[in-house]
Design a protein around this ligand. Structure first.
Ligand code: AMP
Ligand code: ZN
Length: 312
């Protein structure tokens, strides 16, 4: 029952050979796939990527920073539970009286029972995407002006997709630019932020491609939903090449949600129409990893233009 925590090298994936040295310089594995501590040299670049993102923030965007947890009810209503239940993490804690909790813990250390038997489901989930809390917050404010509302949000995200891939984490950081407003405004915003995303890749001197993409929907309807999303070109990804044959890593996505969140949260534009929304989801860890892959392990030797844009 009491297991010794054994931290194994985080290097067993297909891209391990190509990036083993770099990974060892940037991260310390914590013994679970896709969960790592990062070194100061990596965090300095993360700070730089955040500065770059801030420099490209849409005019008038309201800044909000979210905690790594969300009310469970908010997530259920958002539709995320139906679309991606396989990636969700829910918070549990020990329930009962102090005496009951104490007994549960003591029985665990005595090797009699697992302490997790006493867990109770709480009212919080781990946030899977940084933009999810924006929509109910906008709904609570009342009608949205026709010109729309813009936001710059960020938060730590959790997705249960354990992997040894360099850039696939269970716990990672997202920054998002979000728009809520009229239909035309949302569609235009999505195209505008996709260009911003390309400017970011250019500022980091990253070779990249932009492709129409779909989300990893759950269950029987997943193929149809993914096909529809692609056909309607609701999602674009900016991907960077990795070592190996035709392997790409998505660093950001530009998404048009149509009126999904407008309908879900009953958000109205002051013209009376249901609000549409769009977002640019930036994988901050992946943008930093892509920069290291491209320019090497030592940011002091990176091109001057890249260092300047990152404020390094
Ligand atoms: P998505 O909403 O899935 O399009 O996510 C937006 C961006 O977040 C992606 O383009 C990635 O850069 C980043 N991201 C998503 N999932 C992960 C993950 N498991 N590990 C690291 N970054 C991720
Ligand atoms: Zn989003």
């Amino acid at each position: 029952m009491t297991e010794t925590l054994r931290v194994t090298p985080d290097d067993a994936g297909p891209d391990a050979d190509s990036y083993a040295e770099l990974r060892a310089r940037l991260f310390i594995p914590l013994g679970v796939a896709g969960v790592r501590a990062s070194m100061g040299v990596f965090e300095d670049v993360i700070d730089g990527v955040n500065r770059l993102v801030t420099s490209l923030r849409p005019l008038g965007a309201e800044v909000m920073r979210f905690p790594p947890v969300l009310p469970r009810a908010m997530l259920e209503k958002s539709g995320y539970l139906r679309s991606f239940p396989h990636q969700l993490g829910c918070l549990c804690s020990l329930g009962g009286s102090e005496r009951e909790i104490g007994l549960q813990v003591e029985r665990f250390y005595a090797g009699e029972a697992d302490w997790t038997d006493g867990l109770e489901t709480g009212d919080l989930v781990l946030s899977p995407a940084a933009c999810l809390p924006v929509y109910p917050l906008v709904a609570a404010r009342g009608e949205v002006p026709e010109t729309g509302l813009r936001f710059d949000v960020s938060g730590a995200c959790f997705r249960r997709e354990p992997s040894q891939e360099f850039g696939r984490l269970q716990s990672f950081r997202q920054r998002e630019f979000v728009f809520v407003g009229a239909k035309e405004g949302a569609a235009a915003f999505r195209d505008e932020v996709l260009q911003l995303g390309q400017s970011m890749a250019d500022a980091l001197d990253l070779p990249h491609r932009v492709v129409s993409a779909s989300d990893p929907f759950f269950g029987r309807a997943s193929r149809v939903l993914a096909l529809l999303q692609k056909q309607k070109t609701l999602k674009y990804e900016l991907q960077v090449p990795l070592a190996g044959e035709d392997t790409w890593m998505a660093c950001l996505s530009a998404n048009y949600h149509e009126d999904h969140y407008g309908q879900t949260w009953d958000i109205r534009v002051d013209t009376g129409e249901v609000a549409h929304s769009a977002c640019l989801g930036l994988g901050i860890d992946r943008l930093a990893i892509a920069a290291f892959i491209r320019h090497g392990a030592e940011p002091a030797t990176w091109p001057a233009s890249v260092r300047t844009r990152l404020g390094l």
